[in-house]
Design a protein. Structure first.
Length: 121
């Protein structure tokens, strides 16, 4: 991604593998929208004192020109069966992809119109 991505960790230590995963997913966002101004990622684990059942929360804040601010937030529980943080990151970026597609479609005015609604000149 050409613009800087701000990654914030709360309740867990900074991890190079997680950073790389976030950069990889963020680069994919540019395929859907080439005019993203800002991408902030907050990764947190609020109750890190427990051994199991800790929720991971991932929040994406993306600003798209001219004045669109999009937010995607996902939460996954750590039940020991899979990588909950990776799943939360994946799901948050998938949600953001859908939001970006919606905004770009709206900007391009690719919303379907009925035959009777078209203006003839």
């Amino acid at each position: 991604m050409q613009l800087p991505i701000k990654i914030t960790y709360r309740g867990l230590t900074k991890d190079e593998k997680i950073d790389n995963l976030v950069f990889e997913y963020a680069a994919r966002l540019e395929k859907f929208c080439d005019h993203i101004n800002r991408c902030d990622v907050a990764i947190e684990q609020p109750n890190h004192a427990h051994q199991k059942g800790n929720p991971y929360r991932v929040r994406l804040d993306v600003t798209v020109a001219p004045r669109h601010e999009l937010v995607a937030e996902e939460q996954q529980m750590d039940n020991g069966s899979h990588e909950p943080l990776h799943k939360a990151i994946h799901d948050a970026f998938k949600t953001m992809e859908r939001e970006l597609r919606r905004v770009v479609d709206k900007q391009r005015r690719e919303v379907k119109t009925h035959e009777g609604d078209r203006v003839r000149r």
